[in-house]
Design a protein around this ligand. Structure first.
Ligand code: SF4
Length: 453
């Protein structure tokens, strides 16, 4: 079949799409660049909030119309939504042919064969093929490196999550934590490095739990050092959980020059009362302890976080504590969300939602706070030289865009850069959103590839 994969959501899904595509090619199927040319369209979905689900429903509506108009097309629903009752209902409503969960991505080819057998036996009305069981051997599966020319490689180190934050659907869609064997991770890392990848990002719902489920694999701190030894100029990781962010991880960051001084550590709220209702297992003071230790051992560290405002029951006083925590930490970067109730989560079942107006107003105040501290944090780099992974031409066509070791967005004049890759940049000016600078030179050898426009 000519297949096309549409990916929604997080980097874990991007990584799963690489696995799905490599399985399809190994199974004799062809990948096509556009859905119009496909005989099979696979939607690798996200279910973390309502919006990505709405997007998928809208695409399925369009495809149903095309099928009604006579287009011979098979449709597959994959990813987190496929694992949920909500996803199964949507699949039935739109006549989806394949339903494959995140724990069974390597079953895509046998599932297609099953579908073709059913169609041969009973025509287009053949029943849907479901693959929703979590495969234990998925963690051993080796995903080929990304295409040549890819500068940032995403490497999943574990699957699932054993935490049960009350607003989160992930434990139901991705199952319990399973750490991948060190050998599989290092094999993928070495293949990526050999392919020219300059920055590797280790992925997991909660990377700090790596190794806690299996005595045969090392700790996350040991894994970080093992991947750093592969020789990537830059090593990053996401997502961390304060519950398992231990001193050995901080020491590994401090002692490994190519592990970047950038940490994304979701706090979600500054109020202990709200953290308890979210079942986040840590409290404000413990979070601040981690920040203090990080700043003491990694003085140049840039901190990023996730924050949810308007969680059910959040009072004005609770929200004030979130604003106060923001001031105390001075996060340089943050992802902020107004709480959206997800069917199937404990919070959706247990708590009443706050009025949208309250959430929007609080989110507005938090965004102002973020702008203030991002500017303060970014100004820290004015006059300094930062290493930037230049990847593409900016929207204005006059600048190229890249990211620093500390994940700043950095813009430099396009006429100063002739290729993608690592460059030294002197920071001339900072805004809340980006650093603007002058290129001092390229890091050889790198990839002499033209800039993507
Ligand atoms: S740590 Fe909490 S928010 Fe993160 S994936 Fe697990 S349950 Fe969801």
């Amino acid at each position: 079949m000519r297949a096309h994969v549409i990916t929604y959501g997080c980097q874990m899904n991007e990584y799963d799409t690489l696995t799905i595509q490599s399985e399809l090619v190994a199974g004799g199927h062809d990948l096509v660049a556009t859905p119009q040319d496909a005989e099979l369209i696979l939607l690798n979905t996200c279910a973390v909030r309502g919006k990505p689900v709405e997007k998928v429903v809208s695409v399925l509506g369009d495809l149903r119309k095309e099928r009604a108009a006579g287009r011979d097309l098979a449709i597959g629903l994959m990813g987190c939504l496929a694992q949920l009752e909500e996803g199964r209902a949507i699949a039935t409503k739109f006549g989806v042919d394949l339903l494959i969960g995140p724990g069974a991505v390597t079953e895509i080819v046998p599932a297609i064969e099953d579908l073709e057998r059913r169609r041969a036996a009973s025509g287009r009305s053949g029943s849907r093929v479901d693959r929703l069981a979590f495969r234990d051997d998925l963690v051993d599966h080796l995903t080929p490196p990304p295409p040549a020319g890819t500068l940032t490689g995403y490497l999943t180190i574990m699957r699932g999550c054993d935490h049960h934050c009350t607003y989160c659907i992930v434990p139901q869609t991705r199952g319990p934590e399973v750490s991948r064997p060190l050998a599989a991770i290092l094999a993928e890392a070495e293949a990526m490095r050999a392919q020219g990848v300059e920055e590797v990002v280790l992925l997991g719902q909660n990377v700090n739990s790596y190794g806690r489920d299996d005595p045969r694999v090392p700790s996350f701190a040991e894994l970080l050092q093992a991947v750093a030894a592969v020789g990537f100029p830059r090593v990053k990781f996401t997502t961390s959980h304060p519950m398992n962010f231990t001193s050995d991880v901080i020491d590994a960051i401090a002692s490994s020059p190519n592990v970047c001084d950038y940490v994304h550590l979701p706090v979600q709220s500054g109020s202990d009362r709200v953290l308890q209702r979210m079942a986040r297992e840590y409290r404000r003071e413990r979070y601040l302890e981690i920040v203090r230790e990080l700043r003491a051992k990694v003085p140049d560290v840039v901190l990023s976080t996730d924050l949810i405002v308007g969680f059910p029951g959040e009072t004005e006083e609770d929200f004030e504590q979130t604003l106060a925590l923001y001031d105390e930490v001075g996060f340089e970067q943050a992802f902020m969300f107004a709480y959206s109730a997800r069917p199937g989560t404990p919070a959706h079942a247990r708590f009443d939602d706050l009025p949208r107006a309250v959430k929007t107003e609080r989110l507005g105040r938090l965004i102002e706070k973020q702008k203030h501290w991002s500017l303060v944090g970014n100004r820290r780099f004015e006059g300094r030289t930062v290493r930037v992974l230049v990847k593409e031409l900016g929207r204005d066509g006059a600048h190229v865009v890249g990211h620093s070791d500390q994940h700043h967005t950095v813009l430099v004049p396009a006429d100063q850069v002739g290729r993608m890759g690592l460059h030294d940049v002197r920071v001339d000016h900072a805004t809340p959103h980006a650093l603007y600078g002058t290129v001092l030179g390229a890091h050889a050898p790198g990839l002499a590839l033209p800039l993507a426009s």
